[in-house]
Design a protein around this ligand. Structure first.
Ligand SMILES: Cc1cc2nc3c(=O)[nH]c(=O)nc-3n(C[C@H](O)[C@H](O)[C@H](O)COP(=O)(O)OP(=O)(O)OC[C@H]3O[C@@H](n4cnc5c(N)ncnc54)[C@H](O)[C@@H]3O)c2cc1C
Length: 477
């Protein structure tokens, strides 16, 4: 009997629960792709039409345009994290230490450089008119808003200097205040070749770009089962697809495969969008497209949209029993008050401003904080890509070269990446230990954060519990 993998497709949000990004670009949809009906074949089937799915499809076709590459998306492309994120675009130089821990110093530098190149590629795609995404390379500010956060970037700065690169420039309190319109953060660095974009525009236009490049996309097509074999057979409500190779590009939803659930855990991140207040932001001095984040464990990340809304996100760190993602990972009132309180702390003069949208997104974390690519045990044509840990806009176009080489078994610098089939990747404990442990640690984390933000020192027990937290629970975005 052949091995079957059962997937738990996402619970899709109603239109009113979608992100501001998707709601504000609903009219941009120039082509709704059909759902799969009946039987079809593919050289490569990609489950998931987010950044990982679409970028990998594009890279595979760049390498071999003769292949029949099919993307199967449960909702519409961008329904997951890719259409809900904070729109912060920055390179991987901030993660040189984590990348080197899993690969080596040379590969870490190559990956960081590849992510910086990906930012140039995004800019070229926008400038050519091919993929409009409101990309504004006005800088990524990585800042401290309490004493506990001061110097969070120092290790990255040291490693960059040791490697002879200097993507960051140190900022003083005055420049941060002038560029963000807030004095909550008073220390930091800026990556100048970085900034912000509109994830809704990016995803809708990247989909059209992929279609023009020859990718076949089926939307409203949740994959429920993958029967291993050559070819593998993917079952959907309306049909089935036989595919030579399969890539699971399902982000947090990959946790429905037991082997992958051992490697990953899922946390939420929460975002709010204010009403448009361009004049008031101009008055504060916040006029451009900087992406700003701080360095607390429940990281804050924010940008001003071109039409003057504030997009303000916060890592809630909320964990989910058995990683069973449901409707509460689309939108949940529980976290909104927290995010609004933090928004008002950072922008006290905007406390009367209306919040027009709020939404949640699930983040696929792995303990080492850098993604893992590989094939399912004993299945050399069933691949996965997990562990983006809350970044991706520049990292995914860079790493999709690795994923494409892995699938096509290309013996090149990407196909030899040490991110593939990481032997040292830690296994996480099973339920209920995992949930109870995560719950306790999260409670301590929230306590620690709340005290540190007020420059108070947490007690010993709280600090000890937080120290148990796997790396990766604090994200930059
Ligand atoms: C709130 C939030 C804020 C973030 N902020 C930033 C940021 O500012 N900057 C940054 O670089 N990164 C950010 N990230 C991270 C970034 O968005 C992700 O790493 C990236 O989008 C992951 O892309 P993906 O394609 O792997 O996943 P997704 O975009 O989640 O795509 C997975 C897709 O798979 C589909 N799917 C799942 N199961 C099935 C199935 N069985 N059948 C068919 N389809 C299925 C889903 O519908 C979904 O569309 C943020 C993430 C979140 C959640």
């Amino acid at each position: 009997m052949s091995t079957e993998f059962h997937l738990r497709p996402p619970v899709l949000p109603g239109r009113q629960d979608e992100s501001y990004w998707l709601q504000s670009t609903a009219g941009l949809e120039t082509k709704q792709c059909p759902a799969l009906a009946g039987s079809a074949t593919a050289d490569l089937a990609i489950v998931g039409g987010g950044l990982t799915g679409l970028w990998t499809a594009l890279r595979v076709l760049e390498k071999d345009p003769s292949l029949n590459v099919v993307v199967l998306e449960a909702g519409t492309c961008g329904a997951g994290a890719s259409g809900r994120n904070g729109g912060q675009v920055h390179s991987w130089f901030e993660s040189l230490d984590r990348l080197a821990a899993v690969t080596d110093a040379d590969e870490a530098l190559r990956l960081a450089q590849a992510s910086a190149d990906a930012i140039n590629e995004l800019e070229a795609l926008q400038d050519s008119g091919e993929v409009d995404m409101d990309l504004r390379l006005d800088g990524w500010l990585w800042t401290a808003s309490s004493t506990a956060q001061e110097g969070a970037w120092q290790e990255a700065l040291n490693l960059c200097a040791a490697n002879g690169v200097s993507p960051y420039r140190v900022l003083d309190a005055e420049e941060i205040r002038q560029r963000t319109g807030s004095d909550a953060s008073y220390q930091g660095v800026v990556e100048d070749r970085a900034g912000s974009l509109h994830p809704g525009k990016l995803m809708r236009n990247l989909k059209m770009h992929a279609l023009r490049k020859g990718v076949t996309i089926y939307e409203n097509t949740p994959v429920t089962t993958i029967a291993a074999g050559r070819p593998a057979t993917l079952t959907t409500p309306g049909g089935s697809l036989s595919a030579g190779n399969v890539l699971l590009a399902t982000n947090a939803w990959a946790s429905s495969v037991p082997e992958l659930r051992q490697k990953m855990y899922v946390v939420d991140s929460q975002v709010i969008a204010t009403e448009p207040i361009p004049d008031r932001l101009d008055e504060l001095g916040w006029k451009s497209g900087e992406a700003v984040c701080d360095a607390q464990n429940q990281v804050l990340y924010y940008q001003r949209t071109p039409d003057g809304r504030v997009i303000f996100g916060r890592g809630s760190g909320g964990t989910i029993f058995g990683d069973r993602l449901g409707a509460t990972q689309n939108r949940h009132p529980r976290w909104v008050a927290d995010s609004v309180a933090e928004f008002r702390r950072v922008y006290p003069t905007l406390s009367d401003v209306r919040i027009d949208y709020d939404w949640l997104g699930a983040i696929d974390c792995v303990p080492a904080h850098v993604p893992i690519f590989g094939n399912l045990k004993g299945q050399d044509n069933l691949f996965y890509a997990i562990g983006w840990n809350g970044t991706g806009l520049a990292q995914i176009p860079a790493c999709s070269r690795i994923i494409a080489s892995m699938i096509l078994k290309t013996d090149d610098v990407w196909g030899r990446s040490k991110l593939i089939n990481q032997q040292q990747a830690k296994s996480l404990p099973p339920e209920p230990v995992r949930f109870l442990g995560a719950h306790m640690v999260r409670a301590a984390l929230v306590r620690k954060n709340a005290l540190e933000i007020r420059n108070r020192r947490p007690d010993l027990m709280t600090r000890a519990l937080v120290a148990l937290m796997p790396k990766g629970t604090s994200e930059h975005d």
